[in-house]
Design a protein around this ligand. Structure first.
Ligand SMILES: [Zn+2]
Length: 276
């Protein structure tokens, strides 16, 4: 299901949700807005739903209307528009309008200076603009405000990774996965840095945890099978490959790996000190 606070790279991670329940609720709210276009509650809810469904221009229109209405439930309750500004910023980030996105994240920071997620947004924007030092500072601030912020570690890891600082990237990906074993961006990053460094024990551990929850993810399972093969764990490799083929019988790389495993041709351990 959709998360309520997404930075751009989390969006890429979780995809966009458009279930029937969302559509039904949106229909209901749009009927309310037909009857009363200035209904502040309905505008806010419609904005959130449209945002979570990935319909960004429509979400922006509703959220801006909420900000301009004189019947805003947030104002009435004496609360700030932090979440509204965050959603506007995330919408503009998704539409690649970096300037407006940054402006709204900055407004969110001004409203709630000690919250991590606006800094995550600013860090992600800076990273997309290849301003890596600046991005790094934002992720560090986010981590200072919220020490268990897995996304801050993922962001720092990605910055080290693009700078080819694999050991530092590896450490940061690990920290992210310790807090959130479900983060696919970090799993993929850990896999890539593991390959750079020839060290597979940690990534195998986190892939196994991920697969204990996502048992039908054949891409990750195949990844694990090839790592077992690299580490010389041939019977584990065979078992994992057969599981992949049970779900996806014609996956060519799995067919090929299984054939190699039967022939005993796979590379075993030439990377590690304990090699054969
Ligand atoms: Zn208001």
């Amino acid at each position: 299901m959709a998360k309520t606070s997404q930075t751009a790279f989390l969006l890429a991670n979780s995809g966009v949700t458009e279930t029937n329940a969302y559509k039904q609720e949106l229909d209901r709210i749009q009927r309310r807005l037909l009857a009363d276009p200035g209904d502040g509650d309905a505008l806010g809810r419609a904005g959130t739903l449209l945002y979570e469904m990935g319909r960004f221009p429509e979400a922006i229109a509703h959220l801006k209307k909420l900000l301009s209405t004189h019947r805003c439930p947030l104002c009435k309750a004496g609360r700030t528009h932090y979440r509204v500004f965050m959603q506007l910023a995330d919408c503009y980030a998704a539409l690649n309008d970096f300037q407006l996105s940054e402006q709204y994240y900055q407004t969110a920071v001004d409203l709630a200076p000690a919250r991590a997620d606006a800094y995550l947004g600013l860090g992600t924007l800076a990273m997309r603009k290849e301003q890596f030092d600046r991005a790094s500072k934002f992720f560090q601030i986010a981590g200072d405000f919220q020490p268990d912020c897995s996304e801050a570690f993922a962001g720092l890891a990605m910055i080290h990774h693009q700078g080819a600082e694999y050991a530092e990237a590896f450490e940061m990906y690990l920290k992210c996965l310790e807090l959130d074993t479900d983060n696919l961006v970090a799993l993929l990053g850990l896999f890539q840095t593991s390959c750079e460094m020839g060290n597979f024990s940690q990534i195998i551990y986190y892939l196994e945890i991920y697969l204990s929850i996502h048992q039908d993810d054949t891409s990750v399972l195949f990844c694990l099978a090839s790592l077992y093969a690299k580490e010389g764990r041939l019977s584990d490799a065979r078992q994992a490959t057969m599981k992949v083929l049970a779900m996806e019988p014609h996956k060519p790389e799995a067919v090929k790996l299984l054939a190699e495993l039967k022939d005993g041709q796979t590379e075993t351990g030439h990377r590690s000190g304990a090699g054969t």
